[in-house]
Design a protein around this ligand. Structure first.
Ligand code: PMP
Length: 457
């Protein structure tokens, strides 16, 4: 049953009257109205006009097991009946909270065995910033406070997570972000390669970390923070030698390595986590999104045994949220992980979906002069739009090329996201072979129409 007992115009008017939207251009929202989504099933959504749309973004990079899973809704309903809420403060716990932490220790890398819950990626990262500082206090090095992130890194929307992120536009809102955060170049070979081989660039980009540490002083740097593949910055996947070199530098200067696995976690790259894909061992990891496939808000921080030992001291760990480890969220996340395991979804991503998806994207780029490059790994891709790919001429920002392509794609029944001049794609992990074909056909049509719009065809 579609929960759309009103017309689209009625929904839009009601929405405009009382709902303040995040990450929206409010002027354009007023002029054009919201898109109202009323139902999801598998990899598809339906809007309030009854249009069926392929969700090439898995919501906000999160609906890994697809929409409409009755086994997840049943678990949620059962948990709500049994115990809809109890907290994890003051030496309390409940079965879903306990079972999820145990399940996480099974699926995360061997050295990560201790988990702290929050509700969102932003909150988890905000807490990690405090925990990094607590760790160094405990180690007798309280001056190791500076945290290094990357340009175009995204770690969330709270003041601390925005300070840690490398998103210039977000920092215009409010201004005065927190001190003791530094940023280095993002490992974007296509944009910054400058004639280097990919391997040379991988080392060059990683060595920016060493330079930054030497500039600040290793005795003042607490951690390096990065997404295995940068997502919201435009899907930036580094050369293969980048992460191992970053790990080496962190070890050399006694700096914690934090992997923000909010997008890459739970199968996105065809491995359980991005760190498995790149062969690194972070000290701390952030999980959210795919942890519950977005069915309930939940995030988790994973600590290595070493970091946990330092945090596990006799004082009160004075940090947490009312809904840290919400029982319904934990029960749903636990079931979601069981689904990933029982249905071998991540194996199928690696062996079937990824080869078809990447091969198809490669053919698209051969057929479209507007594509500069296709980036990314696994079921995570960035399609760089260029005015003239052969001469590497970019669109002007004002030309809004990606936004135009996104709007055309929607008309063709496909959701892609526009990030600067890149189309970003991140479909549900359960996307079927025929849905991959549907995605490629719709993306092809949208790119052709975008080329025609800009007189490139
Ligand atoms: N880290 C990464 C890598 C993300 O992509 C996001 C959200 N896109 C966040 C953190 C923040 O998560 P949330 O929106 O749940 O606060």
């Amino acid at each position: 049953m579609l929960r759309s007992n009103k017309t689209t115009e009625e929904w839009q008017a009601l929405d405009a009257a009382h709902h303040v939207h995040p990450f929206c251009d409010h002027k354009s929202l007023k002029e054009n109205g919201v898109k109202v989504i009323v139902k999801g099933e598998g990899s598809h959504l339906w809007d309030s006009d009854g249009n069926k749309i392929l969700d090439g973004m898995a919501g906000l990079w999160c609906v890994n097991v697809g929409y409409g899973r009755k086994d997840l809704t049943e678990v949620a309903a059962r948990q709500m009946d049994e115990l809809p809420y109890y907290n994890t403060f003051f030496q309390c716990s409940s079965p879903p909270q306990i079972e999820l932490a145990n399940k996480l220790s099974e699926v995360t890398p061997e050295h990560i065995n201790h988990f702290f819950y929050a509700n969102s990626g932003s909150e988890a990262n905000d807490s990690i910033i405090k925990f990094i500082r607590l760790y160094w206090d405990q180690k007798g090095k309280p001056e190791k406070r500076t945290i290094i992130g990357r340009n175009l890194g995204y770690h969330g929307s709270t003041i601390a997570a925005t300070s840690l992120s490398g998103m210039g536009a977000m920092k215009k809102l409010g201004g005065n972000y927190l001190p003791e955060f530094e940023h280095i170049l993002e490992p974007h070979y296509y944009m910054h390669g400058n004639g280097m081989t990919e391997e040379e660039f991988g080392l060059y980009a990683a060595n920016q970390l060493e330079e930054k540490i030497l500039e600040i002083g290793a005795d003042k740097v607490g951690a390096f923070f990065g997404e295995p593949v940068q997502g919201a910055g435009g899907v930036i996947d580094p050369p293969a030698n980048y992460w191992p070199r970053i790990q080496e530098i962190c070890t050399k200067y006694n700096i914690l390595l934090v992997c923000d696995e909010v997008i890459c976690g739970f199968g996105r790259l065809g491995t359980w986590f991005g760190q498995n894909f790149y062969g690194i061992k972070p000290d701390i990891m952030t999980m959210a999104k795919g942890l519950s496939s977005g069915y309930m808000p939940i995030s988790a921080i994973g600590f290595s045994d070493d970091v946990y030992e330092a945090l596990h001291y006799s004082g009160v760990l004075a940090n947490g949220y009312t809904y840290s480890g919400h029982p319904v969220s934990c029960a749903v996340a636990l079931k979601n992980i069981q689904i990933l395991q029982d249905e071998k979804i991540i194996d199928r991503v690696a062996s079937e979906a990824v080869p078809a998806f990447r091969e198809g994207l490669k053919s698209l780029s051969k057929n479209h002069s507007i594509i500069g490059e296709v980036r990314g790994q696994g079921l995570l891709a960035g399609i760089q739009l260029m005015k003239n790919a052969a001469d590497k001429v970019q669109f002007e920002v004002e030309e809004q090329a990606a936004n135009i392509c996104r709007d055309i794609a929607i008309k063709h029944g496909l959701i892609m996201r526009a990030v600067d001049r890149t189309m970003v794609v991140c479909p549900p992990l359960v996307i079927t072979p025929s849905e991959i074909t549907e995605f490629l056909e719709k993306a092809d049509a949208a790119l052709t129409e975008t080329e025609a719009y800009f007189g490139l065809r």
